[in-house]
Design a protein around this ligand. Sequence first.
Ligand SMILES: Cc1cc2nc3c(=O)[nH]c(=O)nc-3n(C[C@H](O)[C@H](O)[C@H](O)COP(=O)(O)O)c2cc1C
Length: 338
Amino acid sequence: MPNLFDPLTIRETTFNNRAWVSPMCMYSSNDGVIQEFHHAHLGAFVTGGAGLVIVEATGVVPEGRISIGCPGLWTNEQAAAFTPIINLAHSYGVKMGIQLAHAGRKGGTTRPGESDHLMATPEEGGWEIVAPSALAFDGYAVPRELTKDEIKVLVNEWAAAASRAIKAGFDVLEIHAAHGYLLHQFYSPLSNHRTDEYGGSFENRTRFLREVVAAVRKEMPNGAPLFVRISASDWTEGGWTLEESIELAPILKELGADLIDTSSGGNVHNAKITPGPGYQVHFAEAIKGEAGVTTSAVGMITEPEQADEIISSGKADAIMMAREFLRNPRWPLMAAAQ
Ligand SMILES: Cc1cc2nc3c(=O)[nH]c(=O)nc-3n(C[C@H](O)[C@H](O)[C@H](O)COP(=O)(O)O)c2cc1C
């Protein structure tokens, strides 16, 4: 079995190690364009020794952003702003990825901490939010149900954003299909009450995600890895289950996805989750073990020995960390020394 500091090759892309930076919203973009802040923020991870740095949830269309301060990839200018950071990463032998996202019913918010209200008004740059069904997430506005034509347009917009990301120089693309955002809203029966071919059965609920994976893959060079972040469980009775995730993973692999970035939750506010060290690792382990698909594990992984054990015991192929990297962007150097 490999360990945390062994390289990992997926398609024709080799990561120097398996300690990766999980995507993290920073709410610090203007009109979807990243700013100088992001150079310092991402640059710290690049110089800190991570094998891969994944840029935060990035809207494939303006209405796909979580907040008015989230980055986007619907213009070439937005894409080009990433190139200097990607060049820096490559000069350090670090791979760069970006998470292509649509927030759906959990979008259209103000910048956290900067306002006394959640939903951004039109004057503040807010928009009408959309979803599979007109069901609100707790505290958010009631979304408008997407038409089938609008879904088709969004699949194309995902592909267009992927193409821009590849041109900007990204090594890895990740489709955000977790945490209660649009694609998760579709595959979870809790948020999808549609009666057309995008709702109802497992096949119908996963259709939008499958179409996005296929469309994005077409825009990518053969050697570049495609990741999909899923919520492996809704942790809620009547919701999406681990069994469905195990069924979905090989289908996504067949469509060209190379790694399932295994997270959980986020689609309903009253899910019964008991977070603790490594509390989502068993999901990554089950998908890797039972579906035979490459996975990364995420969630309260903070200690070098803990991270190494996940890899060396074969539970996942890589680990992602978010908050620990905010605390110590040079965690891999520290962990390697330890
Ligand atoms: C500030 C912050 C922003 C986040 N933004 C994103 C995001 O853009 N996309 C995503 O998939 N997860 C996001 N997450 C979740 C993390 O990527 C990660 O899955 C979660 O924090 C658990 O890992 P940790 O215990 O190492 O922090 C965010 C987490 C934090 C703390």
